[in-house]
Design a protein around this ligand. Structure first.
Ligand code: SF4
Ligand code: SF4
Length: 184
């Protein structure tokens, strides 16, 4: 993207702004303190992902929430780069929980059927089918037995399905748009 294109894409249009978004976010567990962010930049300076990414900036996420840029945030693939290491939470002088804000935004992304990484749909599908996020094959069971390990517990698939419905996780499997890679 050229410098001019980047500047144009950074311009905020009035129709993009959801003025109530910051209040809605402030009521969600983990994002309560988002309005306390005063843009000191400590989270970005200390974030291990921001160190290697041109796009991922935790400070910017907090600012975008304050500005009400909900659609931009929910369609931003960089949101999925956060590794949930909680360094930003530990270092923020205002006790803002960027990791919690990212979690809330990711949940909203799934709820509103925006684009999500393919891997989550694969993990969810495995969980529903077999009770584990990874497919456990016969050879794995045999390997465990060979090592003298007890058999894996039998998952309750009915309960897992209920949990999916109650938590809205079924949205992960309802033909959401997916992507495989995030440009860093
Ligand atoms: S460290 Fe806290 S106050 Fe500073 S920019 Fe990050 S979230 Fe905002
Ligand atoms: S939790 Fe996410 S945003 Fe915070 S420091 Fe770790 S990778 Fe960066």
């Amino acid at each position: 993207m050229s410098e001019v294109q980047e500047k144009v894409s950074n311009v905020i249009k009035a129709k993009e702004v959801d003025p109530k978004f910051k209040y809605k976010m402030s009521k969600m567990h983990g994002a309560e303190k988002v309005m306390l962010c005063f843009q000191c930049g400590t989270c970005t300076a200390d974030c291990p992902i921001a160190r290697f990414s041109e796009f991922y900036r935790p400070r910017r996420i907090a600012r975008m929430v304050q500005f009400g840029l909900k659609d931009r945030l929910l369609s931003d693939k960089a949101l999925w780069l956060c590794s949930n290491c909680f360094t930003c939470v530990d270092h923020c002088p205002q006790n803002v929980e960027i990791a919690g804000i990212v979690r809330v935004l990711r949940n909203l992304t799934v709820k509103e059927n925006k684009v999500i990484p393919l891997v989550y749909t694969v993990l969810a599908s495995n969980l529903l089918k077999g009770g584990y996020v990874y497919e456990i094959r016969e050879m794995h069971h045999k390997k465990r037995a060979g090592l003298g390990l007890p058999p894996l517990p039998k998952p309750n698939l009915e309960d897992i399905e209920k949990i999916f419905q109650i938590t809205g996780s079924s949205n992960l499997l309802k033909g959401v748009e997916t992507f495989e890679k995030v440009e860093s």
